[in-house]
Design a protein around this ligand. Structure first.
Ligand SMILES: NC(=O)c1ccc[n+]([C@@H]2O[C@H](COP(=O)([O-])OP(=O)(O)OC[C@H]3O[C@@H](n4cnc5c(N)ncnc54)[C@H](O)[C@@H]3O)[C@@H](O)[C@H]2O)c1
Length: 346
């Protein structure tokens, strides 16, 4: 099958740190153009990857070489730019969250249905082989879930130096950064949305759709911590924690206890590109398995899956329905917090 020819819309931090390096290695996909209104960023990335660099999305979408796009722009632009790309006939892999609000996510889902094109959400943790192994074990080995704990704690002071070690050299446009800072001024909402998109999609992927949830938030200076309880379909309970930031190392994982055993998942800072460590315990045989994974760049694997879906006509994962469900969970957490921690039915 010929490679899917991909244009990248937005040449900021995640495009430079993850998508562009992943595209350079992905099977079945090929970078053919980039676009960013910042001449500095568009020009730099175009030179580095030797592809045309546009400063206007209209020009990228008019380029016949582009048959699909990765939309790596701020959340509030996911709906307008992903819709524009779909309406221009391009398949779309849009960064998480699917869109900034539930209403916007619903509209984007409708545009995908109308155009009949592929729309995938960049919740790349679904392509972490350790997470995939955990899902398989939850669905096939440990039986009904009684109790689960899911957590995601973003490091504070250790983050800049860790990223400087793991990231390729990034080019920054200070004007873009200053402009974007204004949209992140509501830190509580920004942090819940940007991190909740990962945690709550991950919780759905592991445990299915909750029927209800309740949540509270704590604040200490600029740091926020959301704790919640979700009711699972078969009656179990899942506790979730989203903390940004912790003054400690990255900490992310899940402990899931079923009627026949347990699954323990420990997930690394994403840019280590390491698969999660996973342990599956089977009570009947009193044995644990701890698989070891090779290919584990989740950003690269999500692009390969997207390209395969485009070429074969198969479904995308996470698709627009999953993206919408994750945005609804983010909103449910915010609603419960606003109501003093009361239970929100989903
Ligand atoms: N999956 C992950 O691990 C992960 C990590 C970080 C961020 N993200 C998501 O990626 C998205 C982008 O985040 P970021 O940190 O890269 O932001 P960023 O601000 O560093 O980059 C966004 C870029 O989009 C560009 N842009 C704005 N309008 C545009 C337009 N009309 N056409 C083309 N480009 C345009 C900006 O100039 C900027 O360079 C967000 O939705 C965020 O939630 C995902």
């Amino acid at each position: 099958m010929p490679d899917v020819r991909i244009g990248v819309i937005g040449a900021g931090r995640i495009a430079q740190a993850a998508h562009l390096p992943a595209l350079a290695r992905a099977d079945g996909a090929q970078l053919v153009a980039v676009c960013d209104p910042s001449m500095k960023l568009a020009g730099h990335v175009a030179r580095r990857y030797e592809v045309p660099g546009y400063t206007n999305i209209d020009d990228l979408l008019a380029d016949d070489a582009v048959e699909a796009v990765i939309v790596a722009v701020p959340d509030r632009l996911h709906l307008p730019l992903a819709s524009q790309a779909l309406r221009a006939g391009k398949h779309v892999l849009v960064e998480k969250p699917l869109a900034g609000t539930v209403a916007e996510a619903e509209t984007l889902q409708e545009v995908a249905v109308e155009t009949g094109l592929h729309l995938q959400v960049g919740a790349m943790k679904r392509y972490d082989p350790g997470v995939q192994h955990a899902v398989h074990a939850i669905q096939n080995k440990i039986g009904r879930i009684l109790s689960a704990t899911v957590w995601y704690r973003v490091m504070s002071g250790l983050r800049p130096s860790t990223e400087a070690t793991l990231f390729p050299a990034l080019v920054v446009d200070e004007n873009v950064r200053a402009h974007e800072a204004a949209f992140k001024a509501d830190r509580e909402q920004y942090l819940l949305t940007t991190h909740g998109a990962h945690v709550l999609d991950g919780m759905r992927y592991l445990l299915g759709d909750p029927t209800a949830l309740s949540a509270q938030v704590a604040r200490c200076g600029d740091d926020f911590s959301w704790h919640g309880v979700a009711n699972l379909v078969e009656g179990g309970l899942a506790h979730f924690e989203i903390t940004a930031n912790v003054h400690a190392e990255w900490s992310e994982g899940a402990d899931i206890y079923g009627e026949n055993g347990y699954v323990k998942l420990r997930t690394h800072f994403p840019f280590t590109l390491r698969a999660s460590d996973v342990e599956v315990f089977d009570e009947a045989s009193s044995t644990s398995e701890r698989p070891v994974f090779g290919d584990s760049n989740a950003y690269e694997r999500q692009i390969e899956a997207f390209a395969l879906a485009v070429r074969t006509g198969g479904p995308t994962s996470p698709g627009p329905g999953d993206g919408l469900a994750a945005v609804k969970l983010i909103q449910a957490v915010a609603d419960s917090v606003a109501q003093g921690g009361s239970k929100v039915t989903l």
